[in-house]
Design a protein around this ligand. Sequence first.
Ligand code: GDP
Length: 429
Amino acid sequence: MVRAIVGANWGDEGKGKLTDALAATADVVVRYQGGANAGHTIINEFGKFALHTLPSGIFHPDVTNIIGPGVALDIPKFMAELAAVRAQDVVLPHILVSDRAQMVMPYHIDLDRYQEEHLGGRSYGSTKSGISPFYADKYAKKGFQVSELFLPEEKLRARLETVLEEKNIILKHLYGKDPIDPDTIFDTLMDWRDQIAPHVTDVGVFLDRAWRDGQEILLEGQLGALKDPDHGIYPMVTSSSTLAAFGAIGAGLPPYAIQQITAVVKAYSSAVGAGAFVSEIFGEEADELRRRGGDAGEFGATTGRPRRMGWFDCVASRYGCRIQGATDVVLTIVDALGYLDEIPVCVAYEIDGEIVRNFPVTTRLERAKPVLQNFPGWRCDIRSIRRYEDLPEACRNYVDFIEQELGVPITLVGNGPGREQLIPRTSRL
Ligand code: GDP
């Protein structure tokens, strides 16, 4: 049984918390795309953790955690995160790294920064983790797989020199920077080889066996549907597919193995980086929602930067669920809305005088204005409630409305950042 846990919005929906909670009954958790450019905040009995690279199943000693071939692996960040988790007395499970995963190289991080500086006001709002140059190199066949660390040294050195030749031309002539010394990078790679070696294996064989044995495998997505390069708000997207379908590729499992696709949807909207964000709010209204959102406000787990805030967007979330192929929805952070007398929801877009309910392509999206509808708030703290029927009626009505709009059963409602703050719900669809 393979279940994907993916975002239906712009990311930061609470996938990490859900994965940590569901991992209690799973055997394997796989990260299959993205890198250390987005963070999952997890709060459990060991403390509070901001994971960027490690899968969110690492708090369960019997769960094998896997970095799949589709991930942008930043080895220093991976090792630092392992050390940080170990320092908080977590008994670590097996952590396997695909020999096919490619490595974020030190120059990817530099190039990401230079690219953003060069673009100035037209920048993508990158986290400068090297992700865009990494995937550009991967698809241009200039990336380095983890397996290459174990090549005869002269072979690796020769390939590195070829790749760096081009990088140095770009560094010098486009960005006016010093060239990279291949020896320095080579020494770094040798250091990485020694650190990562105990984790490296052919995870495809492991996963195939686990799947055939009927084990419970969770595919943990990063970011959300609207950041997908094909289906999102291109070009203000991330550089790897955020969709559940890509889970099969980025992990190395048959597409038909994925039986359940759980889309995580947030009860309001937040986004990071640039790009059209139709239901965005500003000023004090946004500050208040930002302060009350998430576990300690809506601030980036990787960068600490304030997230952009908005009301729940039916058009974007319905589209997010559709392109994810959601079989069920977990609606998170409903508790954060308890301060509002009335809760605005974006129910449609107005584009050039036309009312639109299907999420449009970026060129049209940029002209969209939100059509808002107000719902009664519940004006209380719901965090201690454990049964769905005990939620205030206005809160249940809000959840029912969102389910109707999404057209996908909402099976769990998040009412706090803790593992236990996930309330089972029977769908009304
Ligand atoms: P992810 O990248 O999708 O895992 O999401 P993030 O971790 O970036 O952001 C979600 C934030 O919301 C984290 O700080 C979580 O601890 C927190 N969170 C998750 N579910 C809930 C919830 O139901 N209520 C509240 N208040 N916080 C939640």
